[in-house]
Write a protein that binds this ligand. Sequence first.
Ligand SMILES: CC(C)(COP(=O)(O)OP(=O)(O)OC[C@H]1O[C@@H](n2cnc3c(N)ncnc32)[C@H](O)[C@@H]1OP(=O)(O)O)[C@@H](O)C(=O)NCCC(=O)NCCS
Length: 402
Amino acid sequence: MNAPANHAATGTGSGPGTPPFEAAAGLADVAVARTRLSDVLGRQGFYHYRGYNAVDIARRARVEDAWHLMLCGELPTVEQRAAFARQTAAMRRLPDNVTALLPAIARLSEPGSLQSLRSALSLTAQAIGCKPWTDQSEDETTEQAIRLVAVMPTLAAQLFRLASGEKPVQPRADLGHCDNYLYMITGQEPDEPSRSAVERYLTLTIDHGFNNSTFAARVIASSGADLGSAVTGALGALSGPFHGGAPARVFDMLDAIGTPDNAEPWLRQAIEQGEKLMGFGHRIYKTVDPRSELLHEVARELHSERVGFAEQVEKTAVALLAELKPGRELYANVEFYAGVVLEAAHLPREQFSATFACSRVIGWLANVLEQIQGNRIFRPLARYVGPEAPRDFPDFWRPGAP
Ligand SMILES: CC(C)(COP(=O)(O)OP(=O)(O)OC[C@H]1O[C@@H](n2cnc3c(N)ncnc32)[C@H](O)[C@@H]1OP(=O)(O)O)[C@@H](O)C(=O)NCCC(=O)NCCS
């Protein structure tokens, strides 16, 4: 039996009186756990799921296969694949009390809102009985982890339709995870090129090392909190524009640029004004992001109308970033072609981030289950840089002052 994976990699000696080791801002280059789930080798432009090249997994496997790999540790056999598909498909329907509340949640925001999805996910976790994992059995925790992944596309699709003024479409157990998601959005079974494109996107984005939302999920789970709290917190983290909120913003940028001729002046001005170009840069990759490469290929395969323009913007942006931000090694990241692919596969722009969440929730929960094994609560330090303590109270706070 292997020891739990997640003990922190190093001891930095923060005993009484020892000055704390101060990690770089944003915890760059600091390992805060050990994991058997995935890794990103930034210089090589390579990442993997449990040792398998993740891009190859996306080319060859379905979402459920990668989900099985992350959850159970291995790719499924033929029998396991069928059993896992049956088990997960049976969990797609929402609890009745959540279905009843969904229209009211959808009315709070525009279609595709991650805030609505976050609220609905939180309610769903409560409705399926998520308790602090310390207070329930391991089997209950694992079952909830699978169920939360299974219901996420249902929540995302039904909220989208309700917020768009359409009737929700109930999940079908006879369709694959990806097919069923697209079916619940449009009410039609997807055509094969669209299904295959979205399937590769979903499989490609399941996990990616200790990204911001995954770390958030593990921090929350480390306190013993329920799985619903962990995934809701992770979804909040994902909603930020520096993380999962970027794909629709890439489109906004492409729209703002408008024409090929405008790419150079528009991008130059944005960089010179200190703006971050959406869909470019990565904390770990200092070369081309392999996810962006595959998505670029998929976008071309779908004959997306936008791909030619996007390619030109990418080329111009990479050249300008090299000129104006020398040495930073900034290239297109996963988000840049994600929107182009999802749009060509008939997904509405507003739904891009929610679609990302439907994939990444698999990684979050695999990480939460790993965290629980041999858990130690995350409780780092901060170096205090405020006024020297103890301070005297101001005169008007002294006893007897008027
Ligand atoms: C992904 C991201 C958050 C990584 O951030 P990070 O590792 O903290 O990198 P930093 O913000 O420290 O950037 C390092 C330098 O590169 C620059 N830079 C990074 N990404 C940039 C971008 N997209 N456009 C322009 N400049 C960028 C920064 O301005 C900084 O320059 P400086 O040294 O002159 O201050 C950042 O690249 C970003 O915000 N990208 C745009 C949003 C995006 O596409 N998000 C999806 C991520 S998958």
